[in-house]
Ligand binder design. Structure first.
Ligand code: SF4
Length: 347
């Protein structure tokens, strides 16, 4: 059995570790400082802990940092990293530099249960929830870690389907003992799982992004089987109960499929659905997924859709495509790696 990872533990969990080692309570704060502020690469670096206690901690724990196993850089500067997450399992993180922003898109699960038609990760099926340590490792272990300005939970998996680990990570990222980031630098994207979404809205001030993709339940169901268990009407009803007019932002993600959800009527009905919610809509180009008979809407159609929403008072932008030359669609690199490993093992 491997050692337990300290990076990924909340302050309360570190207090339990300190108590176990008969260290005073304040030592938990010292360990957190080494892990999250000083980026210690080993327990022996924690110089203000007594040497005997460092040796004792080392018998059971390690700081925990696993570098990516692969990286692909796009011509536009986007870098897709691949991390190992268990036996023959891989997850992706995408580093997206843009002007003075540097965003990392992180994964919360290996695979996903939600089975969205347009998503490569959905095609993989569900393999495992990532631990808080595995999620945080993506943020900690890329070479550009110190440059990051924003984190988006939009990689592989449904973050709110791994709520307990997600909330630990959000705590570590935003609490004074941890990275002390403003919640305004963090966005969690979800299809809308009501129980965990309510907890997220109650307990966190991070931004919210909701994957919508259609204003019509039946059409959304044809793209996203999860619409049956988690209807968008319930999600929108819940969102209406919270204030998004000041610090916190809610956005709705809308992948535009040619001839499917890109008509003027779609835009008008979407505006009606979202009326009086202070929000923005992000229009996203579809990156082709093998075996999926869907095409991206063209730029003119997307711009017309955007203009219709803007004219109805809904802030709408066409999100620029990044990293198309490195298999940008979520899940494609990890699937390629898995296939490669499987082929390797068979031959
Ligand atoms: S789009 Fe998101 S929720 Fe849907 S299958 Fe892919 S990872 Fe899961």
């Amino acid at each position: 059995m491997g050692k337990k990872q300290l990076r990924g533990m909340t302050l309360d969990e570190l207090k339990a570790v300190a108590a176990e080692a008969a260290l005073p309570g304040y030592a938990a704060g010292q360990i957190a400082d080494w892990l999250y502020k000083k980026r210690a690469d080993g327990i022996q670096s924690m110089a203000n802990l007594p040497a005997a206690k460092r040796n004792l901690l080392e018998e059971t724990y390690e700081t925990g940092a696993t570098p990516p196993v692969n990286a692909m850089q796009s011509a536009d500067g986007t870098i897709k990293y691949l991390f190992k997450a268990g036996e023959n399992r891989f997850v992706e993180s995408v580093y997206i530099p843009s002007g003075d922003r540097a965003t990392l898109c992180v994964s919360s699960q290996a695979g996903c249960k939600m089975g969205c038609l347009f998503c490569m990760t959905g095609k993989q099926g569900f393999a495992a929830n990532l631990t808080a340590a595995e999620i945080l490792n993506q943020i900690h272990s890329i070479p550009e870690a110190a440059k990051l300005t924003n984190i988006v939970f939009m990689g592989m998996g449904e973050p709110l389907d791994n709520a307990s680990e997600l909330f630990k990570v959000l705590d570590i990222l935003t609490a004074p003992y941890g990275y002390a980031w403003s919640p305004k630098r963090i966005t969690v994207s979800t299809i809308g799982l009501p129980k965990s979404l309510k907890r997220f809205l109650d307990e966190s001030n991070c931004h919210l992004a909701v994957s919508l993709h259609s204003p019509y339940p039946a059409e959304r169901l044809s793209l996203m089987p999860a619409e049956k268990a988690f209807p968008m009407a319930d999600t929108i009803e819940l969102i209406r109960q919270y204030d998004f007019s000041h610090q916190r932002r809610v956005s709705f993600e809308y992948i535009m499929f040619k001839g499917l959800n890109d008509s003027r009527k779609h835009a008008e009905d979407l505006a009606r659905l979202l009326c009086r919610i202070p929000c923005r809509v992000n229009l996203i180009r579809f990156h082709a997924v093998p075996g999926v008979p869907l095409e991206s809407a063209d730029t003119a159609q997307m711009e017309a859709f955007r203009d219709t929403l803007n004219a109805k008072g809904i802030l709408c932008t066409v999100r620029s495509s990044r990293g198309e030359d490195i298999l940008a669609a979520c899940g494609m690199l990890s699937t390629a790696k898995k296939d490669y490993i499987c082929a390797d093992e068979i031959s």
